[in-house]
Design a protein around this ligand. Structure first.
Ligand SMILES: [Zn+2]
Length: 315
């Protein structure tokens, strides 16, 4: 419960014991963290407009055809990736991070935090998160839902994330648990299709220097059955799935933190799950109703600055 993921639009009844840590005692049970998730499968938060095609952005297509002076063209020898050139210095392999976050040794030895934001983009919260990150001069990774990218304004928001030096990752196309995990069992073909559909659309928007190999399962890898075939197919494509080992509790609905102070306490408690890892991957959301997350964000960032962390993005 400490680390549960995307919020169901309905009351998250399954999170029974998720009357979380926040305001009360010091630390609650951590044993359950990565291996369990209480997230409900009862709903999905995105519309299931699977008809919305990746070819929606005719304007970007025109641009691509009529202009060859894209600023990213200067990097002809650089393989396509999920961030701009200037972000290379703080981009880390998601596979390395996945290993490191469980406390296993990797080349990442310096304390490093990866702020992550799921469920965008939108015009309500995404720009405000971007503004806060800019003010704080730190970078994050955005796990974007593909079907948010079918209008020009949101495509521009993705551009802003990318050009500001943040990492771009995929959080499915439709964010529909019933399609991705019917009866809680993973549908590998649907999962891979949603990754590819979203990555293709992102590349149309951001240009051929872009591709992303980072994926987060809606609800978290920890929540579903029989993910091995999907994991294997994603791996064949070079794609790493990424959960988290810290959270602010903003996916818990009514049972989640109600104040900034409670959210910060929840965050602090969540970090005890994997105490030996130098790497923290923090689950947050920039969905339209995550006002409290935005309010807590400066203090979450301050926590990591004062504890000597560098800020990385997942690549
Ligand atoms: Zn989500």
């Amino acid at each position: 419960m400490i680390l549960s993921g995307c919020q169901s639009p309905k009351k998250p009844t399954v999170q029974g014991s998720a009357n979380v840590s926040s305001t009360t005692s010091t630390q609650k049970s951590k044993k359950t963290t990565a291996t369990t998730s209480s997230e409900s499968s009862s709903g999905n938060s995105a519309t299931s407009s699977s008809q919305a095609t990746a070819a929606s952005s005719s304007s970007t297509d025109v641009d691509a055809q009529t202009q060859d002076n894209s600023p990213t063209n200067v990097t002809e020898n650089r393989a396509a990736t999920n961030h701009i050139v200037s972000a290379d210095s703080y981009a880390y392999s998601a596979a390395e991070v996945q290993t490191a976050m469980t406390g296993q040794p990797t080349t990442i030895t310096q304390p490093t935090v990866f702020l992550t934001f799921d469920d965008g983009v939108n015009q309500t919260m995404t720009p405000r998160v971007l503004q806060t990150l800019a003010e704080q001069q730190v970078h994050a990774t955005f796990f974007v839902v593909g079907n948010t990218l079918t209008n020009a304004a949101n495509q521009n928001m993705l551009q802003q994330e990318y050009q500001a030096g943040h990492g771009i990752a995929v959080h499915s196309y439709d964010h529909n648990y019933n399609l991705l995990y019917p009866n809680r069992v993973a549908n590998a073909a649907a999962i891979v299709r949603e990754y590819q559909q979203t990555n293709t659309l992102m590349t149309q928007i951001l240009g051929n220097d872009f591709t992303t190999k980072v994926w987060r399962y809606p609800g978290g890898h920890m929540s579903w059955r029989n993910l091995a075939p999907a994991d294997a197919q994603l791996k064949q494509l070079g794609v790493t799935w990424m959960d988290w080992n810290g959270a602010v509790g903003d996916a818990l609905g009514n049972s989640g933190p109600k104040t900034v102070a409670a959210m910060l306490q929840y965050h602090a408690n969540s970090l005890t799950a994997f105490p030996t890892s130098p790497v923290k991957v923090i689950l947050m959301h920039d969905a339209i109703d995550k006002e409290l997350t935005l309010q807590a964000l400066p203090e979450v960032i301050t926590y990591y600055k004062t504890h000597g962390y560098q800020f990385g993005i997942l690549s």
